[in-house]
Design a protein around this ligand. Structure first.
Ligand code: NAG
Ligand code: NAG
Ligand code: NAG
Ligand code: NAG
Ligand code: NAG
Ligand code: NAG
Ligand code: NAG
Length: 314
């Protein structure tokens, strides 16, 4: 098992110190005129992480259409890169307060494990981020090139409710059928409300997954380039696989309940949205409406340097 490892974390931590205050962009928002530049891994980020575990044990291929973004689902290099074999997955929502490309929000979907052949032709099994949205162009561009993570833009709408719960709604740039990905969709592709319980201040780290025998190493296939490169040149493609060890830790995790009721969702025709994503009342076929999950406050998140190799067809 490849576990979260103290040495790269320390190195990433030191690098983060030299980074603090100095980002790759002065103004790290979409409207900024600061050029989008490459900020190579490793990255250390800080923020608040929400985690919903997916018990996708019985979910074997084919995956729902909505597992992949519209661009990547059209790329056989992406969708045929190994075989989905189910297992434990998760949905994460992250509010990064700081990163090498400034603050941003993120929603990601890991349906479970894929079986694939690595650079040496050996059979491996690893988790994969199949779909992910971020709130600004600098992280979108770098996430795709550094780790082959299929980032696209979305608008994130957060509400703090009077009862202490928090609601987030996510409006992607690629779900209204416009391939140029010029603006957020009018209807939310995803929504959830997190209500904290009184169980908090619990320390948590991805080490825990290691102890449980779950390998969190991400292995991602090559990405297609966006039609017209996206709104801001944020959608580069790649011609390599990438393998990355992510880490998350906090001293202050809170148990809570995620309400996954999607309301009317973003259905436009015959139970799907404009790009064919299926409507499920609780977003994902294996999810009940109410789910026990975790919020990690003041978390430190690390993304290691990746190992890269080229795609070779058998
Ligand atoms: C960003 O630019 C767009 C288009 O020029 C404009 O409509 C929008 O108000 C700007 N947003 C902010 C926060 O400045
Ligand atoms: C994906 O392919 C389908 C079928 O060819 C096409 O209608 C659709 O516009 C494509 N979408 C993207 C985002 O490339
Ligand atoms: C891009 O940035 C603008 C202003 O900085 C913001 O209004 C818009 O929601 C952002 N887009 C995304 C994808 O969040
Ligand atoms: C896409 O935009 C990036 C800048 O963000 C640029 O470096 C790259 O050359 C563009 N790719 C294409 C195919 O235009
Ligand atoms: C919706 O479903 C109906 C009945 O199956 C079908 O006739 C119609 O063509 C579908 N519409 C679209 C846009 O797929
Ligand atoms: C810790 O997290 C809470 C909730 O996200 C936030 O309000 C607070 O500012 C954070 N503290 C530090 C030192 O970052
Ligand atoms: C993949 O192949 C391309 C073209 O053959 C080459 O330019 C690139 O450096 C290779 N990348 C890796 C990571 O091997």
């Amino acid at each position: 098992m490849k576990l979260f490892n103290a040495v790269p974390t320390l190195a990433a931590g030191l690098l983060a110190l030299t980074f603090s205050g100095a980002h790759a962009c002065e103004d790290c928002t979409n409207n900024s005129t600061d050029p989008i530049v490459r900020v190579p891994a490793p990255w250390t980020l800080y923020g608040q992480v929400y985690v919903i575990t997916l018990l996708d044990l019985g979910l074997t291929g084919p995956l729902p259409t909505k597992a992949y973004p519209p661009l990547e689902r059209n790329s056989s290099e992406f969708t045929d890169a190994g075989e989905f074999i189910a297992g434990l997955g998760n949905i994460q929502i992250v509010r990064y307060t700081d990163s090498p490309v400034g603050p941003y929000d993120e929603l990601l979907l890991v349906p479970g494990f894929w079986k694939y052949e690595d650079a040496d032709g050996e059979q491996k099994e690893n988790v994969r981020v199949s779909r992910i949205y971020v709130s600004q162009k600098y992280t979108c561009y770098n996430g795709r090139l550094n780790w082959d993570i299929p980032k696209h833009l979305a608008r994130f709408d957060w509400t703090d409710n009077a009862d202490g719960s928090t609601t987030v709604k996510v409006f992607p740039y690629d779900t209204d059928g416009d391939e140029g990905e010029f603006k957020p969709a009018a209807k939310p592709w995803f929504q959830t409300t997190f209500a904290p319980t009184l169980v908090n201040n619990v320390p948590f780290s991805t080490d825990l997954y290691g102890w449980l025998g779950v390998d969190t190493t991400l292995v991602q296939p090559p990405l297609p380039a966006g039609h017209g490169n996206g709104s801001y040149g944020e959608l580069p493609g790649t011609d390599y696989w990438a393998k990355t060890v992510p880490g998350q830790s906090t001293d202050d995790a809170t148990l809570g309940i995620f309400d996954m009721d999607q309301g009317d969702g973003d259905v436009v025709v015959n139970g799907t949205n404009a790009v064919g994503d299926e409507y499920y009342p609780n977003f994902w076929p294996t999810l009940p409406r109410l789910n026990l999950g975790l919020r990690m406050d003041n978390a430190t998140i690390t993304f290691s340097e990746a190992t890269y190799w080229n795609f070779t067809k058998a």
